[in-house]
Design a binder for this molecule. Structure first.
Ligand SMILES: Cc1cc2nc3c(=O)[nH]c(=O)nc-3n(C[C@H](O)[C@H](O)[C@H](O)COP(=O)(O)OP(=O)(O)OC[C@H]3O[C@@H](n4cnc5c(N)ncnc54)[C@H](O)[C@@H]3O)c2cc1C
Length: 371
């Protein structure tokens, strides 16, 4: 038998801190949202030992339901994660709650540390930590985020259709966003907020689509009961709206990767940051992969899940390639157990211990390559 490259726990289970420290998983998945959990299910089904370390704050947690995920429409984000976690566990995956604070290479393996002082080790790392939405600094926005303060028309546009939607000018995509939300409602108000400066062509496009434009800085959100009723301008004027569309600055949750020479890259349009990787999710640090919003801030839930599946399959292929390399090296080594077995077979033929005459005659000496 060819020895494996590392003493891998065959079926890792939850254990004490001491047990944890000794385990080397095939893959440590950091982040247990749609991307990380989908990856862990794929790896579990590929018979890989996998641990998911998760801080328990998926990006869409403030929203009542997930939209745009076929067969899961309206499911609460918490339920999606709960079902995903149970699927991971059903294939032997280990789920650990915790905030990862550092990750580093430790010889041929990686060590990932959490804020409670524990460590897990893996042959590969998949980072699926998503991103942080930094909202414009206007009181009331955070309170209503994911309810009637929205950013993605495909996620929430249908829920605010035909309502008065105020688009708060806050970034380079405001003109795009205002025309996009116009698809969901004819009652759109663009708040220039001293940020948006439409060109002549854009003024014409706004007029042509019946979009109201309001000048002045937005100072706060007027909330009554459980709903937004307006945006308050400097000076106190209130413009009635039913919902507000904003463009958050999105930051990849990747600070803990510094020890692996990885930092987030700033998007050239100034929309946010992401961890750069190739089309399979491999970063510039060998053995470290990314999937979901941490790598692609445009990804929705279903596309983050898909990225997790694709990257997991690629990681598995990478592990297989390593195992083939190690197996061949052991096969060529004259003193390896595999070579000893081959020599014994060559010298003793069908007189090997335990081999019956029938097998010997037919040449069925067992599986595996022959010299
Ligand atoms: C308000 C809102 C509503 C949305 N609604 C929809 C919708 O209806 N449909 C849709 O398709 N998309 C929606 N989205 C987008 C959706 O949230 C993302 O596409 C999706 O969550 C990305 O999945 P992910 O797995 O990459 O990241 P996440 O779902 O954010 O999961 C990342 C996980 O990693 C954990 N984590 C982060 N840092 C660490 C760390 N250091 N250590 C350990 N764990 C860590 C987090 O706690 C989290 O559990 C919405 C977004 C928002 C903001």
């Amino acid at each position: 038998m060819v020895p494996g490259p590392e003493p891998i726990a065959p079926a890792a289970t939850k254990g004490s801190a001491i047990q944890m420290a000794a385990e080397v998983y095939d893959v440590v998945v950091i982040g247990g949202g749609a991307a990380g959990l989908s990856a862990a299910v794929t790896l579990g089904r590929a018979r890989r030992s996998v641990v998911v370390v998760d801080a328990g704050e998926p990006r869409n947690a403030p929203a009542a339901g997930v939209h745009g995920f076929l067969t899961r429409d309206g499911m609460s984000p918490a339920d999606l994660v709960r079902v995903g976690r149970s699927e991971v566990a059903s294939y032997g995956g280990v789920l650990r709650d915790g905030q990862v604070v550092s990750a580093e290479r430790d010889g041929t393996r990686f060590t990932v540390r959490t804020d409670d002082g524990q460590a897990v080790h893996g042959r590969r790392i998949l980072v699926a930590t998503g991103l942080l939405d930094e909202l414009p600094d206007v009181p009331g926005l955070r309170e209503r985020w994911g309810k009637d303060v929205v950013h993605c028309p495909y996620c929430h546009g249908f829920e605010v259709r035909d309502r008065v939607i105020g688009v708060l000018g806050s970034g380079p995509m405001a003109m795009h966003q205002v025309q996009l939300f116009r698809q969901w409602s004819p009652r759109i108000v663009l708040f220039r907020n001293d940020v948006v400066q439409p060109s002549d062509q854009e003024w014409e496009e706004l007029a042509a689509r019946g979009i109201t434009v309001v000048d002045g800085v937005v100072e706060s959100v007027r909330i009554e009961g459980d709903a937004i009723v307006g945006l308050v301008l400097a000076g106190g004027r209130v413009i009635p709206v039913d919902a507000v569309a904003v463009q958050p600055y999105v930051s990849a949750r990747a600070d803990f990767l510094k020890g692996l020479d990885l930092t987030a890259t700033t998007d050239p349009q100034g929309l946010g940051t992401f961890v750069a990787a190739d089309e399979r999710g491999l970063t510039s640090t060998p053995g470290v992969w990314v999937a979901g919003n941490v790598a692609d801030f445009m990804a929705q839930v279903v596309s983050s899940a898909a990225a997790g599946v694709r990257t997991a399959a690629t990681i598995n292929a990478d592990l297989v390639a390593e195992e083939v390399r190690l197996a061949v090296a052991a096969y060529r080594d004259p003193f390896s157990a595999a070579s000893e077995a081959r020599h014994a077979e060559r010298l003793l033929g069908d007189r090997r211990h335990g081999l019956d005459q029938e097998q010997g005659r037919s040449g069925a000496g067992g599986p595996g390559p022959r010299a």
